[in-house]
Design a protein around this ligand. Structure first.
Ligand code: WTA
Length: 650
């Protein structure tokens, strides 16, 4: 399989970018032709219908396909014996598993039968709560094959978080496993599901894979073992499972993500556009070459795993490496061992992982070859220059381009990034928008910043700074938030008229390189994980003794951002440390350990305006230790509170 839409030179990039703006429908139609459709888009009029007011976004509507025929079946002719998935277990002593495209086809069909036998139908929601085992990818693909809508929940979320998501999605089916390995820990996944299900009696079936075989409860009539269900399919004979025909605009999955208000929202992606977009971005950004090994270290519980472990690579017939464990176990050389063991060509990871590995010094790099690497990538948060150079020199030996890929759960795939070895990289910059993507920068009042409208086709000359929006749709963008379209409109399409607002602040240099500076809303990015301050505050406020709290981010050497909580207690605690532990436990129960504040400062009040609004700007400055720059505090209800908070700063 070759990729005729793979851009090969800088000049070609500029030309293709221009064409993509002049005639977007033609641009995307030409790419979409290279997929396996049951009914293929033939004319530009079938490509796109849109307006951002509602919003209404439809790509290839009326065209038919099943994404798994693109990720699996179409490779069977020439690549049946090419490895599709390589699985490296948590324990390096254990055997790896390799699934060729043929084997993956067999397993996905088998499990699609299991889903059918258990009553799953097209359009049903399936919650998948698993560790990083091959069966997670198989479950995702089987769900897509049968036309169900998967909602993968990251294994670090608590029972309460799962219950919230199950209820929101009205998911009647769950796929999980007894327990997962993570370094030297075992995570009891099924038992967390059991707790979640105390609130969700509508769940009809839980399919449980055995992995670490820790004891689990199994409820008659509701819970079944994965392996037993497979045995039943084996006795049924014919293992093939014809893929369900889907409209391009039928939902493929829901993925919950944090916003600045309330509970996480279920971002909805659809079959056709998401397929075209993840494939196009995978092939171009990483410049994938047939036969290469692609190692994305993300968890499939996040969008990065969906797009660049499963759908992007597999739709391109690539070999995707999936790792169960963590970068620091049994030691901090684990990633590098994996790179050498499989001769990995493309490594795609998060800045937070790089910073944590950097902190171990050069020791873990001793004796590692790393000669197979051709392309390095980062995702999920801004990368600082120090980490960028370390990655470039120590890991890439100065030879590998680094793609700094900016995108979001909502965008489905990479939006702004250099193309490896084709367009130049620049430390700490995501660089250029991909062809097809029209960024635009606006100021706080919604005015477009002069010279930043990509659709004018003019190349930038000035340094500018603003809020990052996108003014034209792309196939991978979210269509709605599950069950609440108005929330989607309010969150993304109402801040600025006729634009998708990303929530990110952005700087662009005179050469047109974009540098994303971080969120301008109340969303934190902790170790590359998105967490809403409101979500954390709601959890803290659930603790019996808490009156009120305010949560802000502060710079953290390893995590990028840490969580700083200012908390008012009903009465002063006699044992502050214990109260802190209690609060952390409460947050862990309600959200998950990833949302635990790094610092909790007890205060007697919060800086509020006369109308009662918390002045987060001031709290942020205090948390960042920028106390010289608190700005005007005279408009506060009680200016004295600021001094008290500054004195008690942790
Ligand atoms: C941030 C992850 C700087 C950004 C794919 C965005 C980045 C949020 C980068 C989305 C990058 C992602 N440089 N910041 N290369 N990539 N971000 O939904 O703030 O988990 O809005 O998607 O991560 O996080 P999400």
């Amino acid at each position: 399989m070759s990729y005729p839409y793979q851009i090969k030179t800088l000049a070609q990039y500029h030309q293709v970018y221009r064409e993509s703006i002049e005639n977007p429908s033609k641009f995307w139609l030409d790419i979409a032709r290279h997929f396996k459709w049951r009914k293929q888009p033939e004319t530009t009029s079938e490509v796109l219908t849109w307006n951002f007011e509602q919003p209404l976004i439809e790509w290839f509507k009326g065209c038919k396909l099943n994404i798994t025929e693109n990720c699996i079946d179409r490779h069977l002719e020439h690549d049946a014996n090419t490895p599709a998935l390589i699985w490296e277990p948590n324990d390096p002593e254990e055997h790896q598993r390799i699934l060729t495209y043929k084997e993956l086809h067999f397993k996905v069909c088998q499990f699609a039968h299991v889903l059918k036998n258990n009553g799953v139908k097209k359009g049903d929601r399936i919650c998948i709560y698993m560790g990083m085992v091959p069966e997670l990818a198989i479950a995702v693909l089987a769900s897509a094959r049968i036309g169900a809508i998967h909602s993968v929940v990251f294994g670090g979320f608590s029972a309460q978080s799962i219950a919230d998501r199950l209820i929101d999605a009205q998911a009647e089916f769950i796929i999980t496993q007894d327990g997962a390995y993570r370094g030297n820990k075992e995570i009891p996944l099924k038992s967390v599901i059991d707790d979640a299900l105390l609130q969700c009696s509508f769940v009809k079936r839980v399919i449980v894979l055995t992995h670490n075989r820790m004891p689990v409860s199994m409820i008659k009539g509701r819970d079944v073992w994965w392996e037993n269900e497979i045995k039943k399919v084996e006795t049924q004979g014919n293992p093939d499972f014809p893929a369900e025909e889907m409209d391009a605009e039928d939902p493929l999955f829901i993925l919950y993500t944090s916003g600045s208000t309330g509970k996480p929202k279920g971002v909805v992606h659809t079959c056709g556009g998401y397929m075209v977009y993840t494939n196009y971005t995978f092939v171009n950004v990483f410049q994938y070459q047939k036969g290469e090994i692609h190692f994305c270290t993300a968890d499939i519980g996040w969008i990065t795993g969906h797009s660049y472990i499963v759908y992007g690579p597999l739709s391109a017939g690539a070999t995707s490496l999936m790792f169960e464990g963590i970068p620091t176990w049994p030691d901090a050389g684990r990633f590098w061992d994996i790179v050498d063991k499989y001769r990995v060509n493309i490594l795609y990871t998060a800045p937070t992982a790089l910073r944590s590995l950097m902190a171990f010094g050069n020791g873990p790099l001793q004796g590692k070859e790393l000669t197979s690497l051709r392309v390095l990538g980062t995702v999920g948060e801004p990368i600082n220059e120090e980490a960028w150079h370390w990655y470039h020199e120590k890991i890439g030996k100065g030879k590998c381009p680094i793609v700094d890929t900016w995108w979001q759960t909502e965008t489905g795939g990479i939006m702004i990034s250099n193309l490896a070895g084709v367009t130049p990289h620049k430390p700490a910059h995501a660089t250029y928008p991909l062809p097809g993507i029209q960024p635009i920068l606006v100021d706080e009042n919604g005015h477009v910043i002069a010279g930043t409208d990509a659709s004018t086709g003019e190349w930038p000359k000035e340094v500018v700074n603003g809020n990052l929006c996108v003014k034209f749709p792309w196939p991978g963008m979210l269509r709605t938030t599950f069950g609440d379209h108005e929330r989607c409109r309010l969150n993304y399409f109402s801040t600025y008229q006729e634009m998708y607002f990303t929530g990110d602040g952005c700087f662009r240099d005179k050469d047109g390189n974009y540098r994303i500076t971080g969120r301008v809303d109340d969303v934190l990015n902790v170790s590359g994980h998105r967490i809403g301050t409101a979500e954390v505050e709601n959890a803290i406020n659930m603790y019996t003794d808490v009156v009120e709290s305010a949560v802000v981010g502060y710079p953290h050497d390893i995590k990028g951002q840490g969580i700083y909580a200012f908390v008012i207690l009903q009465q002063t605690s006699e044992n502050q440390d214990l109260t802190r532990q209690d609060i952390l436990q409460t947050v862990t129960r309600l959200i998950g350990a990833i949302a635990k504040p790094d610092k909790i400062q007890f205060v007697s009040g919060l800086p509020k305006t006369r109308s009662g609004k918390i002045m987060r700007r001031i709290l942020r400055k205090i948390a960042e230790n920028e106390i010289q720059h608190l700005g005007d505090t005279t408009t506060l209800l009680d200016p004295g509170i600021v001094d008290e908070i500054v004195k008690g700063r942790l």
